[in-house]
Ligand binder design. Structure first.
Ligand SMILES: C[S@@+](CC[C@H](N)C(=O)[O-])C[C@H]1O[C@@H](n2cnc3c(N)ncnc32)[C@H](O)[C@@H]1O
Ligand SMILES: [Zn+2]
Length: 273
């Protein structure tokens, strides 16, 4: 497990491997789990209602992504990594590690990935990639300031100040949000008045938008399992009535749009780190 860019989440000191744990000079100690990941949530950030995505969501995400439905986006990211040639990459809110996997098939970048959900990180670590996965909160990323030159952040909460802090002066931060028509045919099936997604990228004084692209395609799902794994991966899963849900249960096939807005940011000149 590479740990050069990791810092202690409690005191910010560097970490060393000590037997089966990571330890800092002040005695803060974090066990390395048998799957090879480490939980770097410090006491203060451990508590609260948010624990990230649960086990079911983690398995649904894996099941859906492994079928290649988002290859358009995974391949695009991997190509960006190939052309930018970074030395240290960070998968922010990595989920079950599918995008990290894609990138490591094309590059030999030193890669870190973290998520608040232990279930997600456990699945990512089980991929046995040449990467270091850890549990952490984006509100306080236990990564050395200015040490990452390729960070990617997909469908996840925003914490611009932290993102700017960890980015090196010539680093790139890539964020992906759903485009206006992402999964629109699925939404049309469930809702009477489906809404279009807002495509506005976040604005942050620490980050400067350098490039914006839109990727679009269509996917064709066959059978209940594929349709359910997609639906359970979306935010609609938790906000849909049983009546609306029943409409989906009758479906045997589904063709729907996929659309991604990709923003590339650089660190603003005035940010320290
Ligand atoms: C929609 S999923 C996207 C996962 C992954 N980027 C992907 O596209 O497969 C959002 C992820 O953000 C994580 N998450 C939510 N709040 C977080 C936080 N405060 N810190 C770190 N991760 C968080 C969730 O656990 C979940 O894995
Ligand atoms: Zn410490």
């Amino acid at each position: 497990m590479r740990i050069d860019e990791l810092i202690c989440p409690v005191c910010g000191e560097e970490l060393c491997v000590f037997e089966k744990s990571l330890k800092c000079a002040n005695g803060h100690c974090f066990d390395i789990a048998k799957e090879g990941y480490v939980n770097l949530l410090s006491g203060k950030h451990k508590s609260g209602s948010m624990y990230g995505d649960n086990r079911k969501m983690a398995f649904n995400r894996r099941s859906f992504l492994s079928r290649g439905f988002f290859d358009l986006l995974g391949d695009y990211l991997a190509e960006r990594a190939v052309s930018l040639k970074p030395s240290v990459a960070l998968d922010v809110c990595c989920g079950e590690g599918w995008y990290s996997d894609k990138i490591l098939r094309k590059t030999d970048v030193s890669l870190y990935g973290f998520d608040l959900s232990k279930e997600m990180v456990r699945l990512a670590a089980k991929r046995k990639l040449d990467a270091s996965f850890f549990v952490a909160n984006i509100s306080r990323i236990p990564i050395r300031s200015a040490s990452v030159d390729f960070a990617f952040h997909l469908f996840a909460p925003w914490q611009g100040e932290e993102f700017a802090r960890i980015l090196s002066d010539d680093g790139i931060f890539i964020t992906v949000f759903p485009g206006s028509h992402h999964l629109f045919s699925l939404k049309k099936l469930i809702y009477e008045k489906p809404y279009l997604n807002d495509e506005k990228l976040p604005e942050d004084s620490g980050l400067v938008l350098e490039r914006k692209e839109k990727l679009s395609g269509k996917i064709f799902l066959e059978g209940r399992e594929e349709i359910e794994s997609l639906f359970a991966m979306t935010p609609y899963y938790y906000h849909t009535s049983s009546e609306d849900m029943a409409k989906l249960e009758k479906l045997e096939t589904l063709e729907t749009e996929i659309e991604f807005v990709v923003g590339e940011f650089r660190k603003a000149k005035n940010v320290e780190g």
